[in-house]
Design a protein around this ligand. Structure first.
Ligand code: E4P
Length: 231
């Protein structure tokens, strides 16, 4: 499963990338607006930090012509960019054209299996079902993810399933169990993936025991030169 960070914050992206397991970034107009910087410049800086990874940048037009213009422009900024387009009729119309032109499109704001089916037929590169936002309105986001994966497998669609709006580690684990290609998550959720109180407590115990036997254990982790000079 690929991990994307769902943020436009460069510090968070740098911290995440330094762990060596981040495969890309998703942004949206809300996340970009928070950073208060020119859109193109900011996306290019994200591309720089992410290196080989994919960076998703979203259009803000809602009519086919406007979406096409914005998508074609954004796609020229960097080879690792995937253009995000909302799952509306004008968006699907634009998607059909863009996919024929070879522009990679992530269809976002997907909330039903039928939407996912349509955009796969129209050539989406990624489909982004929003799990957390469905849970927020008392619908089961994971159920939707399961349906999409089942349909895509049945027809061998090449569209990759990008589980989005993930709100906690369980969303990520369940999405991974189903075989979602990608999970995109806020930095906070990414951190929660590898934190465990028993790890912290266990480590504290190990280090405490080590410190109390320090005298007899010797100085094996101090560089030899420093040991000799006593520094
Ligand atoms: C995905 O590309 C979206 O930016 C994102 O996952 C939305 O998540 P939210 O519901 O936490 O805003």
């Amino acid at each position: 499963m690929k991990f994307f960070l769902d943020t436009a914050n460069l510090d968070e992206i740098r911290r995440g990338v330094s762990m060596g397991v981040i495969d890309g970034v998703t942004t949206n107009p809300t996340l970009i607006a928070k950073e208060k910087r020119p859109f193109r410049e900011h996306i290019l800086e994200i591309c720089d930090v992410v290196g080989q990874g994919v960076v998703n940048a979203e259009v803000v037009s809602t009519d086919t012509e406007g979406i096409l213009n914005e998508a074609r422009e954004i796609a020229t900024w960097h080879p690792n960019i995937v253009v995000k387009i909302p799952c509306i009729p004008d968006g699907v119309r634009a998607l059909s054209v863009l996919s024929r032109e070879g522009i990679r499109v992530n269809v976002t704001l997907v909330f039903s299996a039928s939407q996912a089916l349509i955009v796969a037929k129209a050539g989406a590169y990624f489909v982004s079902p929003f799990l957390g936002r469905l849970d927020d309105v008392s619908q089961d986001g994971l159920h939707l993810l399961r349906e999409i994966i089942e349909i895509y497998r049945a027809y061998n669609f090449s569209t990759q399933v990008l589980a989005a709006s993930l709100r906690g580690p369980l969303h990520v684990v369940e999405a991974a169990k189903m075989g979602a290609h990608i999970g995109t998550m806020p930095y906070k959720v990414f951190e929660q993936l590898f934190k465990h109180p028993l790890t912290d407590r266990g480590l504290q115990g190990f280090l405490g025991d080590w410190a109390s036997a320090r005298e007899v254990l010797g100085d094996v982790f101090t560089p030899a030169a420093a040991r000799k000079t006593g520094r």
